[in-house]
Ligand binder design. Sequence first.
Ligand SMILES: CC(C)(COP(=O)(O)OP(=O)(O)OC[C@H]1O[C@@H](n2cnc3c(N)ncnc32)[C@H](O)[C@@H]1OP(=O)(O)O)[C@@H](O)C(=O)NCCC(=O)NCCS
Length: 162
Amino acid sequence: MIIRPEAPGDVAAIRIVEEVAFGRSAEARLVDDLRAAGDSVFSLVAVDDNTVVGHVLFSRMKAPFPALALGPVAVLHEYQRTGFGSRLTRQGIARGEAAGWLGIFVLGDPAFYQRFGFDVDKASGFVSPYAGSHLMALPLGGNELPTDAGIIEHAAAFAKLG
Ligand SMILES: CC(C)(COP(=O)(O)OP(=O)(O)OC[C@H]1O[C@@H](n2cnc3c(N)ncnc32)[C@H](O)[C@@H]1OP(=O)(O)O)[C@@H](O)C(=O)NCCC(=O)NCCS
C-alpha cells in the first residue's frame, strides 16, 4: 500500500471511495466542490494493488493564523480497521506541518481524531457554525495554536454538506 498525492486520473475512484465509505454522496460532492473552487490544498490517496482504497483532503480556510481544514477522510469498508485511515491522516498532518501551516481544524468523531492530537478544547474558543463537541483543533509546529480564539470559516463548499 502506498500513499501519494491525488493525480488527475484518480477523480472518479475518489468519488467512489467517498460515496461507499459514507453511504451517501454528500462527501463525494464536497470533494468535487472543494477541488473545483480551488480550495483543496492537498489531497492524498491510499493505493493498494493499483486501486484507490482510501482518500483524505485538506482544504484552505479562514482563521487568525494559517490553518487547514481536514476532511473528509474515507476508506473502503473492506480496508477499514487496518491502518489506512490513520496513515492517510498522519501523512496529511506531516505535510501540513512541513509546509508551514500552524493549525488544522477537523469536524468529526473525537474517538477517531484524538489519537492524532486533535482536541475539542483547543477549538472551543473559535466562532464557527460548526462549533461544538465535534469541532477539534491540532496545533502544528508546537504544542499550542498561535491564538486560542477568533473567527474561523471553512471553505464555502462545506455549507452544502448539511
Ligand atoms: C473513519 C475511517 C476513515 C477510519 O479509517 P480506518 O482505515 O478504518 O482507520 P484505522 O484502521 O487507521 O483505525 C484507526 C482507529 O480508528 C478506529 N475507528 C475507525 N473508524 C472509526 C470511527 N468511525 N469512529 C471512531 N473510531 C474509528 C479504529 O477502530 C482504530 O482504532 P484502534 O486503533 O483503537 O483499533 C473509516 O472507518 C471510514 O472511512 N469511515 C466512514 C467514513 C467516515 O466516517 N469518515 C470520517 C470519520 S469522523
